[in-house]
Design a binder for this molecule. Structure first.
Ligand code: PNS
Length: 158
């Protein structure tokens, strides 16, 4: 299980999903439905983009979930969570979540070091750079770049 908000998916996420797909028979990308946080993209839009950019991986499927991640893992019969670590700063929170998830339901977490090419990447940074007209073409797939440009308010871009 590769869980996240994916608002939107970046090349950093894709790197982790692609590498996980080579290690496991089946990979589920779990998109969190978070009612207390409105994203730039709806969950359906995020899922459409994720399905498009993972189409070449036969063993990857994209699903949404609400509530506890471990419950979703059980419902999907997924026993391992894969999390990318970009830097040591990710580790504290990820460790807390991993320990909570194994304690709650015995779901294991495996950490995968992010490709250094993407170690500074996040969905929030990409959205901010795109909003102000910066070039994000190296950071997200083309379908995501066009969706971002279409969604962001044109007057805020130079
Ligand atoms: O991409 P994100 O927003 O960093 O992903 C965070 C995510 C979805 C992995 C995390 O918020 C999560 O697992 N949420 C589901 C609710 C839950 O299970 N919370 C307890 C986590 S220990």
């Amino acid at each position: 299980m590769c869980p996240g908000s994916f608002d939107p998916v970046t090349n950093g996420h894709l790197d982790i999903v692609g590498r996980a797909s080579r290690l496991f028979d089946e990979v589920i990308v779990g998109v969190l439905i978070n009612q207390s946080k409105t994203g730039l993209f709806t969950v359906d839009e995020r899922i459409d983009m994720l399905r498009e950019v993972t189409r070449s991986y036969d063993n990857v499927r994209v699903e949404s979930f609400r509530g506890l991640l471990v419950d979703f893992c059980h419902a999907q019969r997924a026993s391992v969570l894969i999390k990318g670590l970009r830097a040591v700063s990710d580790f504290d929170y990820e460790l807390q979540m991993a320990q909570m998830n194994i304690g709650l339901a015995g779901v294991e977490t495996l950490f995968m070091p992010t490709n250094p090419l993407y170690s500074f990447l996040s969905s929030s940074l990409v959205k901010d750079v795109a909003k102000w007209g910066g070039d994000i073409s190296a950071h997200v797939p083309e379908v995501v770049r066009s969706a971002l440009l279409a969604r962001l308010d044109p007057p805020s871009r130079p």
